[in-house]
Ligand binder design. Structure first.
Ligand SMILES: Cc1ncc(COP(=O)(O)O)c(C=O)c1O
Length: 373
């Protein structure tokens, strides 16, 4: 049967074509130079040796994994004192962000997030057929009042990364509570805590307690950052039973691979590796911030394992020029054009070698006579 108005070929749902595909951090640089990838907030210490061993031992590739991630949920629950029935694991937290939008928002609904919020929120909203709504930030930091002012009767989901990527800024726990209190009860607040382990502040809490006691709050976490398992794609979400149930209904039946599950269990049990990664970051984040500031660059204060660096607009000294200069020398940073911050680059805290090389190279760049690379 054909209709005069039907398109002549399959057409994606409205919204899908409005998505600009996520552009990951680059991984290649100038020919013949040693590459330091500082573009994706990965752990410079790598994964725990125990996780690598568990990964190698999980090479029975002919078998489907445990579709319920039972052992991993138990290990996460033990580590954080949670109810394993209220945890769902995913193919990275990216998958769980997408599923959250799909399960709770659709055409006619709005998905709200803040101006420099993680790019996947927009993709998830549009993929679900919903309308993305953006609340302005103040000083590159989420503004709770702006978020609350943007809530309408159509709002279904609020995505909030705390700390946020790419800015590295965070909201104290009191502000998160104020946001939750101000939202209508049917609006789901999805707290994306991908970098929670790096935050060493008295006024920051991962918000787990808020999730445990609120019917409309979930928290997303990842094994890609501090645990150094980005290649394996493992994330998890903790929330009210009804919300976890909805995600379980629409996720892939075997959405976390067996090697991913095995490595993640070993990673979460290896608290000393996490401590080493935190100690490394605690040493190099202030060092990097001070060194770049000393070069006359503006650095947004970060509580994470990356910093946003703002470059001058002078020809030869721009973020674009710096990126090209660094890339030639094997240092790969992240351009921020897609976030509407073309004057900035984001860099991940790396190994000692990478950090020192970066500062030496930027010293050369800033000192050079204004013709960039
Ligand atoms: C804020 C934030 N949330 C979620 C993710 C997705 O992490 P993954 O899918 O690797 O778990 C990232 C990755 O960069 C992130 O920065």
């Amino acid at each position: 049967m054909s209709s005069a108005t039907a398109p002549s070929r399959p057409v994606p749902r409205p919204g899908v074509q409005a998505i600009e595909a996520y552009v990951p951090g680059k991984a290649q640089a100038g020919a013949g130079v040693k590459v330091h990838k500082l573009s994706a907030n990965e752990n410079p210490l790598g994964a725990s040796p125990k996780a690598i061993e568990a990964f190698r031992d999980a090479a029975a590739l002919e078998f489907y994994p445990d579709g319920s991630s039972t052992k991993l949920r138990a290990a996460i629950a033990a580590a954080y004192g949670l109810d394993p029935a209220r945890i769902v694991c995913g193919t990275g937290s990216d998958e769980l962000l997408m599923l959250t939008a799909l399960a709770f928002a659709g055409p006619g609904d709005e998905v709200l997030y803040s101006q420099y919020g993680f790019l996947v929120y927009r993709i998830a909203a549009l993929a679900a057929g919903a309308t993305p709504v953006i609340a302005p930030e103040t000083d590159l930091t989420t503004d709770v009042d702006a978020l609350l002012a943007a809530v309408t009767e159509k709002t279904r989901v609020v995505f909030l990364a705390n700390p946020n990527n790419p800015t590295g800024t965070y909201l104290p726990f009191d502000e998160i509570k104020r946001l939750q209190k101000g939202l209508p009860p049917h609006v789901l607040l999805a707290l994306d805590a991908a970098y929670a382990e790096y935050v060493r502040r008295n006024d920051y809490e991962a918000g787990i307690e808020l999730v445990a006691t609120s019917p409309n709050v979930v928290m997303l976490r990842t094994f890609s950052k501090i645990h150094g398992l980005a290649a394996l794609r493992v994330g998890w979400m903790y929330g009210p039973a009804e919300i976890i149930d909805a995600i379980n209904r629409i996720r892939g039946a075997f959405n976390v691979s067996a090697p991913g599950l095995a490595a993640a269990v070993a990673a979460i049990e290896d608290a000393s590796h996490v401590e080493r990664a935190i100690a490394h970051n605690d040493q190099w984040l202030p060092w990097m911030t001070a060194a770049l500031t000393g070069l006359g660059l503006t650095v947004t204060p970060s509580v994470t394992n990356f910093v946003l660096v703002h470059f001058p607009e002078a020809p030869g000294k721009t973020a674009r020029d710096a990126d090209a200069f660094l890339m030639e020398r094997g240092l790969i940073l992240r351009r921020m054009d897609s976030y509407g911050l073309p004057g900035a680059l984001r860099l991940t805290i790396g190994t000692q070698e990478a950090n020192e090389l970066l500062v030496a190279t930027l010293t050369e760049f800033m000192g050079s006579a204004g013709h960039g690379a």
